[in-house]
Design a protein. Structure first.
Ligand SMILES: Nc1ncnc2c1ncn2[C@@H]1O[C@H](COP(=O)(O)OP(=O)(O)OP(=O)(O)O)[C@@H](O)[C@H]1O
Length: 200
């Protein structure tokens, strides 16, 4: 087990977003997470990555504590919100790691993009960049929150091909949030639901 939650709950004020969540993921495992819109999937993974503090329950991690780098990397649906608008992308990337030219090419990333600011790239181009940044070999759990929703089918396939290949090389686990059942069924070994109506 690399990460586990016990009886996790989260509230915004008095409003319960989710409760009683027992979740576990193993090294190298690829798990899907579903629930209808607004049921707290993003909030749950923000708790896992340490961006939110749950109101109840525990998150138990066996991941190494690396200075300056979070082994749990989160990629969002809106990647432009996750990069510093005042930094050229090359600087943002170097802050994480120095990927090979082959990996950049596999993700269809052009060297010249790295000389640009985020507002000088399309949403899809920034998303490829976000994936490249998150594929740092120190990443042990990649959380992909609706990352290919705005992309065409060919780009989606290309990005997932690269992520799955790198996950094998680095023994990286992946938690995939998606409304696309076909995608989840094709890449995940199990699919968990945050929808309380599915709890036994
Ligand atoms: N800062 C906030 N303050 C109050 N409520 C919030 C805040 N952020 C999110 N919420 C509410 O929490 C609930 C869960 O939101 P969340 O984004 O986690 O759901 P989701 O399952 O990921 O949704 P989607 O599938 O639409 O992306 C929603 O009802 C949302 O309106």
């Amino acid at each position: 087990m690399i990460l586990k939650t016990e009886d996790l709950a989260f509230h915004y004020g008095k409003k319960e977003i989710f409760s009683n969540v027992h979740f576990q993921i193993e090294s190298g495992e690829i798990v899907g997470l579903t629930a209808p819109s607004g049921f707290g999937k993003t909030t749950f993974v923000r708790c896992l990555a340490g961006f939110e503090t749950p109101t109840k329950g525990k998150i138990i991690s066996n991941l190494p504590k690396t200075r300056g780098f979070n082994p749990i990397q989160l990629i969002f649906q809106h990647p432009e919100r996750a990069v510093d608008p005042n930094w050229k992308l090359g600087k943002t990337l170097r802050e994480s790691w120095e990927p090979s030219a082959e990996l950049k090419e596999e993700l269809g990333i052009k060297e010249e993009w790295l000389q640009r600011y985020p507002n000088e790239l399309s949403g899809g181009e920034i998303q490829r960049f976000s994936v490249l940044r998150a594929l740092n070999p120190q990443t042990k759990l990649l959380i992909a929150d609706e990352i290919t929703t705005m992309l065409d089918a060919i780009t989606t396939a290309q990005i997932w091909h690269t992520i799955l290949k790198q996950a094998k090389i680095n023994q990286m686990a992946i938690l995939v949030i998606s409304h696309e059942t076909k995608l989840l069924n094709s890449i995940c070994s199990r699919i968990e639901s945050l929808d309380k109506r599915n709890y036994s």
